[in-house]
Design a protein around this ligand. Sequence first.
Ligand code: SR1
Ligand code: MG
Length: 415
Amino acid sequence: MDKELSPKYHPLDVHSVIDFVKSRPESRELFREGEALEAREVGDGNLNLVFDVWAPADRHRRVILKQALPYLRLVGDGWPLPTDRARIEAQALEIEYKLVPQHTPRLYFYDAEMNLTAMQNLSEHIIMRRGLMQGIKYPHFAEHIGLFLAKTLGSTSDLLLDYRTKKLEVARFLNPELCKITEDLIFTEPYRKTERNGFHKEIEPQVLALQADDLLRVEVAQMKEKFMTQAQALLHGDLHTGSIMINATETYVIDPEFAFYGPMGFDIGAVIGNLLLSYASHEVRSPDPAQRADFRTYLTDTILQVWKVFEREFQRGVWDHVDPIGMPKGYQQDYMLRLLHDTAGLGACKMMRRVIGLAGVADIRAIENVHDRSVAASLALNIAQTLLMKRREMRTIEDLVALATACRPSYPWKD
Ligand code: SR1
Ligand code: MG
């Protein structure tokens, strides 16, 4: 399943990481010979060790080191995982940096033996999910992420790549074990009884109803088939708001270890689905009605703008350069409409897994009061179900937002 671990591979800790950094020639760009360094482990994700290493003499000189463990950190060594994901991440970062350097952390080096990437330290930014949970607005996010999506997806698709490069790139980014995680956790397990699902007891009636819904499972199966078979573009593969580092002026997309060639709507849907998870959570996170309405308007305006920027940049970066005989206007319009439907359907599946399955999101799972958590979870499921089932009715992004905002929580249950 994995390339063999090098005999030189060993998981780092806060002490050995400093010696490791000092041993790398690339470090001379940042740190001085013999200079004291400090380190802390900052990984709060599900998969890897992540170290922040800095020079106490000047805290701006710092680096992030991310090391793949041969098992899933969230679960332990009972769930082996290929460390080759560090290579996938390094190569995806290189491509993204070429296309959108302003939104991609700079890769300093990749160490194949240690399965480790060293990259720009984004200490002036926070994980976007945490900001959204606090009700912080990011006025430039839509413009930034719309551009990121259009550039990374458009430029790696058959629409722009030559036939040979595209196929070689598909092969270079085969990522079977991490794709299998997605297939299981997003498209399979939420729709059946399994030990690994992580929803809370109070929401069980809605989960059971959803699992018993044959029509819904038909649509989920279609989304799973699309994920597994449509090598449309190089995806980030895990573009939720926990993979975005942000502040008032800048946006960076991190963590592309799930990268592979898949359907574009999976990345676009991840962004929009996560904004809608935030929308659902503010049903209870913002108890003041005026404040809630204001933040939700920000979220829905952001969704509209993400799509519009994506469309605008896709036009500039892709459609303006294709052969108009082979790809006439009508084809282009139909392509964008299919993308909208994929975005809704795949984004909906990403929402449902975060409520029902393993590895939920803090937006909802960290709501302490169980009643409130149930209200938010119920609304998220209703929005997701609506988007999945009604996606073919959508003609515009406004239709998607209208369908989502018309949803209400079913919890507390009516008799
Ligand atoms: C078992 S890994 C759980 C999740 O963490 C990653 O961020 C992906 O979203 C994956 O599905
Ligand atoms: Mg991640």
